[in-house]
Design a protein around this ligand. Sequence first.
Ligand code: AMP
Length: 553
Amino acid sequence: MAGTLLGRHPASPLLVPTPFARFAATCDALRQLDGRNAKREGAAELLAAVDRDERAPTARFLAGQTLSPLDERDLNVGSSVLADAAGEGQTPLFGGEATIADVARVVDGLADVSGTGSGQRRSALLGGLLGRLDEDEQAWLRALFLGELRTGVQEGLVLDAIAEAADEDAEIVRRAHQLRGDVGEVAARALADDEPPLADVDLELGRPLGPMLAEKAEDLETALAEAGPRAFVEPKLDGARIQIHRRGEDVRVFSRRLTEVTDSLPEAREVGDQLDAEQALAVGEVYAVDEDGRPRPFPDLMRRFRREHERRASRAEVPVAIRLFDLLHVDGTTLIDDALTERRARLEELAPEDLLTPAVQTSRLAEAETVYDQAQGEGHEGVMVKAAESTYEPGRRGRSWLKVKPAETLDLIVLGAEWGHGRRSEWLSNYHLGVRVPDDQRDLLQEPSQPGQDPVTRREGHAMVGKTFKGLTDEQFGWMTDRLQELAETEHGWGVEVAPSLVVEVTFEAVQDSSKYRSGHALRFARITAIRDDKPVRGAATVADVAATGGPR
Ligand code: AMP
C-alpha cells in the first residue's frame, strides 16, 4: 500500500479524539433539555462528532452503560473505589485533558482487573484518570460509574439518536440492536462508511440474543381474545430461560441475562446435540425436578448456577428438565421474522417430542382451561398464550405473548419510607418493602450493580424487593406515618429508615430480576392490600420465597 502522510488508510478520517469534557457538556445539556426530540438531537450531535473509535463507548455512555451488556466482565467500581481513587490524585486546576477514548480504555482496563489487590489497582487506574479531569468532568464520570447520569436518556433514545446521526431508518437501527444486543456496536456499524448496510445485520450463533418477554393478561378469556385465532396455549414452566446455540459439534448455552451457562448445564448441551440440524438456535426453559419429574422450587435450580468459588450443586443433586418452545435459526435461515406457527413447525421437525413444551393451538376457552388446569396440577405456574402470527422480538416485552397465572401475594416488612409529594407531602407514603434473609439464604444475595443507591438494601438480615405508594386510604397513610416515625432509626431528607417491625400484605403482578436491590428481585406493580401489624416479622416472606414466586426471570 502506498504510504501517505495519513497512514495506512488514506480514506479514513484523521484520528481526533474528543475531550471527555464534550461528553460532560452534552450530559449537562441533556439534563436541561425537555422532550424526547430535543434530547435525541443532543445525543445525535455528540455521536456524529466523536472519533470513529469513540462511537461505541459514546453510545454506551449516553445510555448509562460502561461496558457492553454482552461483556461478561465485571467492573466492580462502586462509591468506595471511587472515593479511594479520588484520594489517589490531586484535583487538577484545569483538567479537560482526557478524551472519551481515554475513558473507554480505563473502563476496559478496570474490567480486566481481578485477583488479590484488585481494589487498589482499580483505585490506581481510576485515580490516574480522575487526575486528568476537572471537577465537573469527574462528577459526570462518577455518575456514569454509579448509574446515576439522570439525563433522561435511555437505550431506546440512544438508538433513535444513532439513526439520526447516521441518517438511517430508526426501525432498522432498532432491529440491529435486537439482534446484536449492544448500542455500542450498533453505533459503530451505523456510523461507519465502510461497513455492510445495517439492514443486513443478522443474528450470530454463539452470541446471545435478548429474550422476548410476555405481558400479563387478566385471565384466560381476555388472553385468548387478544391473541387472536388459534393461539398457542402452553404451560408456563417455572424455571429459567435458556437459549441453546449449536454450530456443528459446538454447543453453547446462555441464560436470560445473556451470560454463558454451558458449563453449569451439561443437560442443555446434550439437548443441543440432539437437535437434527447442523446449526440451530433453540429457546426453552430449564427447571429443577424431583424423582417423579415434578417441578421443584426455583431456588433449587439456582443452586446449579452458583459462581465458581461457591459450591455448585451437581447434576445428581439437582436434576433438571429442559423443554424447548421456540426456534430462531436453523441451518443458515434466521426465523425471527417468521410467524410462531412456522417456527414451532420447524422446531417440531428437529427436536424429539419429549424435549418440546407441550402446546395446544386453540381459540376455545374450554381447551385453554384444560391446559391451565393441567399445568397447575403438574406444579407449573400457569400458561402462556401466544399469538399464532407473532414474530420473535428479542429483548422486548410485548403483548404477543401473554401470561396467565394467579395474582401473587406476599407478607413483606417495611424497611423505610419516603415523604410523599403534593397531596401526600405530609405523609410517609412511599414504602420500602423488604424480605427476611436468614443466614442460610445469604448466598441468594447479590451486590447491587449501582452501589449506594439504596441505603436500606444494606441492612443485615433483610433486603429490599421494591417500593410502593399504592393501595392505602388517607386514614391508613396517617396511621403508617405515625407508626413509622415511632419506628424510625435513621432520618434522612427523603424520609426514614425504620426498625424491621411492621408487616404489610402486598399483591403484585410479577417478580423481576433487579440489579438494584441486593435481593436480586424487584416486584412489578406492587400494592399494599393490608397492614398486618398483627403479624410478627418472623412470619414475613424470605428472599427465597420471593425467588420462588412465579414471575419473569
Ligand atoms: P415473563 O418473564 O413473566 O415475562 O415470562 C417469560 C418467561 O417465562 C420467559 O423468560 C421464560 O423463561 C418463561 N417461560 C416459561 N414457560 C414458557 C413458555 N411456554 N413460553 C415462553 N416462556 C416461558
